[in-house]
Design a binder for this molecule. Structure first.
Ligand SMILES: [Zn+2]
Length: 333
């Protein structure tokens, strides 16, 4: 703010009103409490058996070391795939969107009613956005082609939360400049899960929701059912709590906030030379660093697998009451 004092223009600091300061303090306190609750819940659930996917999977990293022929194979595979589970990670230090995890879901007869409908081995693609090759690289156009093939309006994406918002963050990258994000079909499994859970695990007969509102299955602060952890209609299920509640398994969330822009693919730490045979490949990571790397990779893969597992659990609840989604689900393979 500028003021005229003694004939001179003086720059004064902006006076922040006490209400703004108070609101900021409240916001920080709320965030701190939220993080504390998450940490405590993680600790409490860690006694459960570790989350396991029932399906074998193959992980493929997309970065400057990805082979040309691998990209060609993925493009072909993605072209024949109509359903994908999607998750993303933002770097906690730079706040830059860093990773996109995509699981290819092949259904035998186009329904999510039974996990057996999913083909045996599944592929999880991890786009390492901070480890991409330069635009002049020979593989860059193929990565672009792969992205255009996956993020096409004929495909459907399962997400935990708002997929459009998540993907929009990645428009800072040239590869996503032409992706028609607003035209993509996302299914928010988190919202559908809430609907399925409340219909499947209704209020107890003695719950005040039943005595006052009869068949109302929604979440409400007056509900005292111990099997219904959420009490507000606006509450959303965490992926971790959904997994522990339904499968009695622990999905570790202790490393949610991380430096996700660091390389995850082991090849980015090895002395591999391109175009020549490599006989004595060594990693520059220590054993301890390698264990951390494996833990990070497992974390992002488990998030995708957990989402898919829940999607198959709720089956027909994935289909919205609107006919639009029914049409999408019944797309021919
Ligand atoms: Zn209740």
């Amino acid at each position: 703010m500028a003021m005229l004092m003694n004939g001179e223009i003086m720059l004064l600091p902006l006076i922040v009103d006490s209400l703004t300061l108070e609101k900021e303090k409240e916001r920080k306190q709320h965030q701190w409490q939220k993080n504390q609750n998450k940490r405590l819940r993680n600790q409490k659930l860690s006694t459960l058996p570790t989350f396991q996917s029932d399906k074998p999977y193959q992980v493929i990293f997309i970065n400057y070391m990805t082979a040309y022929f691998v990209l060609l194979q993925l493009i072909e595979r993605a072209d024949k795939t109509f359903y994908f589970a999607m998750d993303t990670e933002t770097d906690d230090i730079s706040k830059q969107p860093a990773l996109i995890q995509i699981q290819l879901i092949h259904l035998k007869n186009e329904t999510f009613d039974d996990e057996k409908q999913q083909q045996e081995e599944t592929i999880i693609i991890i786009f390492e956005m901070c480890q991409l090759p330069s635009m002049t690289s020979v593989i860059y156009p193929r990565i672009q082609q792969l992205i255009n093939t996956i993020f096409h309006h004929s495909k459907t994406f399962l997400t935990w939360g708002n997929g459009t918002d998540e993907l929009f963050k990645f428009t800072i990258y040239s590869l996503f400049k032409c992706v028609p994000i607003a035209c993509l079909h996302f299914i928010n499994v988190q919202a559908r899960f809430k609907n399925w859970y409340n219909n499947t695990y209704k209020h107890n007969s003695h719950c005040r929701m039943v005595t006052l509102f009869h068949n109302d299955i929604t979440d409400n602060p007056i509900c005292d059912c111990s099997h219904r952890p959420y009490k507000n209609t606006s509450d959303t299920w965490s992926l971790q709590l959904a997994i522990s509640t339904i499968f009695n398994q622990f999905l570790d969330k202790s490393i949610t906030r991380n430096n996700w822009s660091q390389a995850l693919d082991i090849r980015l730490y090895q002395n591999i030379q391109i175009g020549v045979p490599n006989y004595n490949v060594k990693s520059c990571l220590t054993d301890e660093q390698e264990q951390i790397r494996l833990k990070l990779v497992k974390y992002i893969i488990d998030d995708c697998l957990a989402l898919t597992k829940l999607a198959f659990t709720i089956g027909k609840y994935l289909v919205s009451v609107t006919y639009q989604y029914i049409n999408i689900i019944l797309l021919p393979s």
